[in-house]
Write a protein that binds this ligand. Structure first.
Ligand code: CP
Length: 334
């Protein structure tokens, strides 16, 4: 494996092999496997889980890591081409990225959506530029429209909690005061489709996932024997659900227009998930969320603290899932 940028780059069997490796490393740790290897981590945006789990995972495999957070002890970084750099950023990715890559054996990069131009964000314009500058193994730590590390950990969580391959997976929009990126919803829908599930996206009008995301998930579903659809009908979506994955995202019909987005989400405060949402779901239906989550805004306290919630398991699974990725990227062939 040379790069881990998108679960769609891997066949279903290759993902299953990675998950098997993650389970093996949990059961039989290999604390020297990556001795002498260095992972560089560039976070253009904040993180708790991704940063901590990659550093911990690298250490548990015998390697080491360094972290760069531009603007916080290091130079602010410019990602646009052709600009006159007379503002705050003093470093351009065209120099900064190759320099960082030259210090390490693999590089992980987090670079969120700009949230202004939907087609630029869906086309991963910024991340593609960054990727083109790296001549080492590269890991997507969350880009404009993808979060493959979260998706791999979520697949592992679904396996562990016994959700069948063909189970009903509902990705539900949840309220947030601001427009959040499409990376996690896109990755979650694709992951569940690639797993072979019945996938339903539940969202208010104006918040439909774009065709590019839905079509990609449908292609994965077709290969795996699953299905993908979206609806605004809460009762129909949640009926018989085995998993409800809550996530907040932008008003896609008004993408990039802050005032229109705020207007679109006005009156949607009741999209704060609580136990009542599960009335028509299966009794053992579980709640997922990638975290961080705003309590009593996106999900109510009583639901997050109930046995339905597997959000902490999802967060824990980032560690073994990413250890498997690091192992495949960096372990010398025997
Ligand atoms: N879920 C996730 O990626 O968490 P962080 O943003 O804290 O890394």
């Amino acid at each position: 494996m040379q790069r881990f940028l998108d679960l769609a780059d891997f066949s279903r069997d290759e993902v299953l092999e990675l998950l098997e490796l993650a389970r093996r490393l949990e059961l039989r740790p290999e604390p020297q496997a990556l001795g002498g290897k260095v992972l560089g981590l560039l976070f253009m945006n904040p993180s708790l889980r991704t940063l901590a789990s990659f550093q911990a995972g690298m250490a548990r495999l015998g390697g080491s890591s360094f972290v760069i957070t531009p603007g916080s002890g290091t130079w602010q970084v410019e990602t646009r081409d052709g600009v006159v750099m007379d503002g705050s950023p003093a470093e351009h990715v065209r120099e900064g990225i190759p320099v960082l890559a030259s210090y390490c054996d693999a590089l992980g990069v987090r670079s969120f959506a700009d949230g202004r131009d939907l087609s630029a964000d869906l086309g991963e314009q910024k991340f593609r530029l960054i990727a083109s500058l790296v001549d080492k193994p590269l890991i997507n730590l969350e880009s404009a429209a993808n979060h493959p590390c979260q998706a791999l950990a979520d697949w592992k969580t679904l396996d562990e909690i016994g959700v069948p391959r063909s189970g009903k997976f509902v990705l539900s929009w949840a309220y947030h005061p601001r427009a959040l990126p499409l990376a996690v919803p896109a990755a979650a829908v694709h992951m569940a489709a690639q797993r072979g599930m019945e996938v339903v996206v539940l969202r208010p009008e104006g918040f439909a996932l774009p065709d590019a995301i839905m079509d990609k998930a449908r292609r994965a579903a077709a290969l795996a024997g699953g299905s993908v659809r979206q609806t605004a009908d809460r009762g129909a979506a949640l009926a018989g659900a085995q998993v409800v994955y809550a996530k907040e995202w932008a008003a896609t019909a008004r993408y990039g227009d802050e005032a229109a987005d705020a207007e679109a989400r006005r009156g949607l405060r009741d999209w704060c998930l609580g136990e009542s949402w599960f009335a028509g779901a299966r009794a053992d239906c579980r709640l997922m969320h990638c975290l961080p989550v705003r309590r009593n805004v996106a999900i109510a306290d009583h639901l997050l603290d109930s046995p339905r919630s597997v959000v902490l398991r999802q967060a824990y699974n980032r560690l073994p899932a990413q250890m498997a990725v690091l192992y495949r990227l960096l372990k010398p062939a025997e």
